[in-house]
Design a protein around this ligand. Structure first.
Ligand code: 5GP
Ligand code: MN
Length: 367
């Protein structure tokens, strides 16, 4: 798969032959950092996963509930690659209201999606993407429990260790990075559709290459993806630069009630607000439209920690937390039944906003 003669500008052909255990080197072709960014997954696990996939006829894919760009993009990219290998592929996520978020509808491969009710009850081979616990699979958790083989592809340090085998690398900036390597190891070339899903995952989880997770390997992967001809401008617009008018009104109301608590988090400061469902209802605004509001609130200079509580259509509060690195919000969220990363984590609360905030304040201490 690695041609020795590479056209200088064709980064899709840049070397990948220096995977763990294959450090051949010796090429003076222009070299991007290799695909195995951290060696987080043992070679034997990659080999076993490839064998399981190659020998399967049907493969059932799942990503976490309320999928984001990394969850859905990784899953659909993997699904398209496995379909290219001749596999029957079904893909889903276990939300009660099964609907692809508006901002992810541009992702290729949606024809692979089936509702949770039509998902195999006991798949021979199931693969999960970006889910750190089986609870994050929602309605598909039962299928995962009954799957003969369950491969867990993830990059959350808090991953609980479910499944019959793991492709987990907490050093990867996105699950999409692991999926790119898996696709390469399956011998499927990147096409523009596959690359679009992977790129959506990469830019979502690196915050467009702004977050601390943005490694050289993340940029190198982006180069390979962009070289397939995908439209970075159109993807960015779909993901971040459009919304219904009602979003501005709901955002306005949330910003009206934003609180700054300089004494919180050991004096490092907390900024927070909330979005009740009645605000959204007034403008017919779907829940997923407010998911990104945390990115506005977290810019506050005076606060180490930012929180947005969003009431979903069932009346539960989905809590997004962010820190600038001095507070481990994954620890805070894990203590409240959720999880995530040091600087970006979440959980679900069924209690009133004031009580949830009191719980959080009590846990907010500098690392
Ligand atoms: P967000 O605030 O963007 O929804 O989530 C931030 C991070 O926290 C993501 O990595 C996401 O996977 C994780 N996360 C959000 N909600 C939950 C949750 O309820 N449980 C767990 N385990 N992780 C969550
Ligand atoms: Mn992710």
């Amino acid at each position: 798969m690695m041609g020795d003669v590479r056209e200088e500008r064709d980064v899709t052909r840049l070397p990948r032959d220096d995977r763990a255990g294959h450090g051949t080197g010796g090429s003076d072709a222009p070299c991007l950092p290799h695909l195995s960014h951290s060696g987080g997954v043992p070679e034997s696990d990659w080999a076993r996963a490839v064998e399981l996939i190659r020998s399967a006829d049907e493969i059932a894919l799942a990503c976490h509930v309320s999928p984001d760009g990394d969850a859905l993009g990784s899953m659909l990219a993997a699904g398209l690659a496995m379909r290219a290998l001749g596999k029957r592929v079904v893909a889903s996520f276990g939300d009660r209201r099964f609907e692809v978020p508006r901002l992810l509808r541009f992702l290729p491969g949606q024809e692979l999606l089936v509702e949770p009710a039509r998902y195999p009850e006991a798949p021979a081979l199931m693969i999960t993407f970006d889910a750190s616990t089986s609870a994050r699979l929602g309605l598909l958790g039962d299928s995962a429990a009954k799957a003969a083989e369950l491969i867990v592809v993830d990059h959350h340090p808090s991953n609980s260790g479910f499944g019959t085998m793991a492709l987990i690398d907490p050093g990867a900036a996105a699950t999409a990075m692991l999926v790119e390597e898996l696709i390469d190891r399956l011998g499927v070339p990147l096409d523009r559709d596959i690359a679009t899903g992977l790129y959506a995952g990469l830019v979502t989880d690196t915050g467009s290459f702004r977050h601390s997770s943005t490694s050289p390997a993340a940029h190198a992967m982006a180069a390979r993806l962009v070289a397939t001809g995908l439209r970075t401008d159109e993807i960015a617009r779909e993901l971040w630069d459009r919304s219904p008018f009602g979003y501005l009104k709901v955002l306005g109301a949330a910003l009206e009630r934003v609180h700054l608590e300089p004494e919180a988090a050991g004096g490092l400061g907390l900024v927070w607000t909330y979005v009740p469902r009645v605000d959204r209802a007034a403008y017919g605004l779907p829940y997923d439209e407010v998911e990104g509001m945390i990115d506005i609130v977290r810019r506050t200079d005076e606060a180490e920690v930012a929180i947005v509580l969003k009431e979903d259509d069932e009346g539960a509060w989905q809590v997004s937390t962010r820190s600038k690195g001095a507070v481990d919000v994954a620890r805070v969220c894990a203590a409240l039944g959720g999880g995530g990363h040091v600087r970006a984590a979440g959980f679900t609360s069924h209690r009133p906003v004031a009580e949830t905030m009191a719980d959080i304040r009590a846990l907010l201490t500098p690392a």
